[in-house]
Ligand binder design. Sequence first.
Ligand SMILES: Cc1cc2nc3c(=O)[nH]c(=O)nc-3n(C[C@H](O)[C@H](O)[C@H](O)COP(=O)(O)OP(=O)(O)OC[C@H]3O[C@@H](n4cnc5c(N)ncnc54)[C@H](O)[C@@H]3O)c2cc1C
Length: 390
Amino acid sequence: MKSTASHEIVIVGAGVVGLTTALKLAERGVVVTLLDRQQAGHEASWAGAGLLPPGDLTRAATPEARLRSYSHELWPAFASMLADRTGIDPGYHNCGAIEVASSETEHEFKEHVARWQAENIRLEHLTAAEIQRHVAEMDDRFTEAVYLPDFCQVRNPRYLQALRAACQQRGVEILEHVHALDISRKEDRISQVSLGDRTLPFDQICFTAGAWSAAVLEPLGCSIPVKPVRGQIVQLQLPTQPFRCVIELGRRYLVPRRDGLILIGSTEEDAGFAKHTTTQGVAGLLALATTLVPALAHAEVVRTWAGLRPGSPDELPLIGRVPGLSNAFIGAGHFRSGLQMSPATGTILADLMLGQAPAISLEGLQPNRFSQTTIDNGCPPVAESSAARR
Ligand SMILES: Cc1cc2nc3c(=O)[nH]c(=O)nc-3n(C[C@H](O)[C@H](O)[C@H](O)COP(=O)(O)OP(=O)(O)OC[C@H]3O[C@@H](n4cnc5c(N)ncnc54)[C@H](O)[C@@H]3O)c2cc1C
């Protein structure tokens, strides 16, 4: 491996994973070129809600908990470094979250509470009166809830702007609207990356193309089981912030921003690459909001949008070397948690590409974990089941 000073890495896909990886590499002296076929940070990473659930590395016993907890540890310093360095406040703050139970979500609620407790995450069981103290206008049929004081949020579009600016300050070359990307493979290596009129020098390449990762890798003979899972969001506006904490019911939630905006999220749909909102999706989210907080029936609907989460069969990301390729890495498949897990993922990918041991075990996150057998080109087959103003 070359010395770090002359090390060159190309990253394909400038979502939150590509941007954090680029920044972490550039901070260590690597020459990074980050490519996107459109404007950086305008896909799933922009569309997300910015929920950052807590973690505790000392008690994290699963791959998901390890990555989440490692990120939880990195977030405060990472967010303030971005704000100091770029002057763009990513809106990271500790807002707390209430998880409420309903008859439909009772089972899920109990599972979540047991998981938080097993992980030693701070949690308070709330009485009906205490629920009302956190959210004065919560419907009084919700009488069972827990409060997670260490739950945080980030204003993801601003986070992405800050990441982009920090990358540029560190000398990352960000090439957007790249349409003539041509990547060639020779035996077990990526041999060439060209942009039509320009061939990029590189020692290693990293694929961070989110829900499009399978399509990017497929022409190179590599099958990875990442597919899009659509999520819709409705944004409301109120004159002031009506409650401070996130409210979760099952896998859906309300996220209050400090300026009175509220995000209602989100659907989980297998709709291919169709990235539009639907009548049913929006109606369901509005119904969720008014079920939880009836007064929201009078709030102004500002906008709606949808994004494509990169889903994997076990809902966990693939982080590491692309199976069958000795000079290529991947960071994809973060599904519902890519924003939360981005500081850890970027740090880990930078460690791996520089031959350093990451701070946590990557057991359960390896890109080759879905392969039953190795096919001719050394790549795993696709698993059967896988088929503004903000
Ligand atoms: C509605 C919704 C709510 C969410 N809420 C949360 C949340 O609260 N908390 C959380 O942690 N996560 C959340 N997520 C998930 C999170 O947004 C994703 O896991 C994360 O953004 C994935 O980041 P990424 O960089 O892998 O993908 P993306 O942000 O999609 O970036 C991939 C990039 O690759 C580029 N690309 C694709 N193909 C090519 C190509 N051929 N050449 C060059 N570039 C290419 C794309 O243009 C894109 O910019 C949410 C997602 C959605 C949709």
